[in-house]
Design a protein. Structure first.
Length: 192
């Protein structure tokens, strides 16, 4: 099955910029999205921390690059041999995860250890859903940064160790094991 997100006959994601080389696209996309991320971090993106709000974050970050920014994916995707949520269930599963986040009162009023534990859980669960064709990690981090600030915690994503994050994400996806994710996120959480 062909990937409708790719330029026909190529390996590069179709984009608004007319870029046809995947490496060039990654580089330009990263620069554009980092600017949009700074803009989002300076302000509050209104919403209720539900699927529509997560989609608004994705749109705000990627709107300059992809026409499908903010839309959930319509293909299955994987990281290595590990499959993310089947695309047919992405909206339901992501909504269910974010519904539990609401039941956990958006992490407000919990002590730091419990906050880190819950943050690791939701970060891992959202990663397993992987609702967008591209840009899931950056969207999750922007979304959770704002949620955490509302709960009284600052997330310093520069303290996130990249290789540890990759392995922790793999473990949460494949084994539903959140221990390493808690360890990886612990230095990221700072009192406001």
């Amino acid at each position: 099955m062909s990937d409708p997100y790719l330029i026909p006959g190529g390996t590069c994601l179709a984009n608004k910029l007319g870029i046809t080389d995947p490496d060039d696209l990654r580089e330009v996309e990263a620069r554009i999205v980092s600017i949009r991320d700074v803009e989002i971090a300076r302000d509050t993106l209104p919403g209720e921390y539900n699927l529509a709000h997560l989609q608004a974050f994705h749109h705000a970050l990627f709107r300059d690059v992809y026409k499908w920014a903010g839309e959930t994916r319509t293909v299955n995707i994987a990281k290595g041999k590990s499959m993310f949520c089947a695309w047919q269930y992405v909206q339901d599963q992501t909504s269910a995860v974010l519904g539990r986040l609401e039941q956990d009162t958006w992490l407000m009023g919990v002590p730091r250890d419990r906050f880190v534990e819950l943050l690791a859980h939701y970060y891992g669960e959202l990663n397993a859903c992987h609702p967008f064709r591209e840009g899931n990690g950056r969207t999750q981090r922007a979304f959770l940064r704002q949620l955490s600030a509302a709960a009284g915690w600052r997330l310093d994503w520069s303290a996130l160790q990249q290789e540890g994050n990759i392995e922790a994400s793999r473990r949460t996806l494949v084994l539903a094991d959140f221990v390493l994710m808690r360890e990886v996120l612990d230095p990221v959480v700072v009192r406001m």
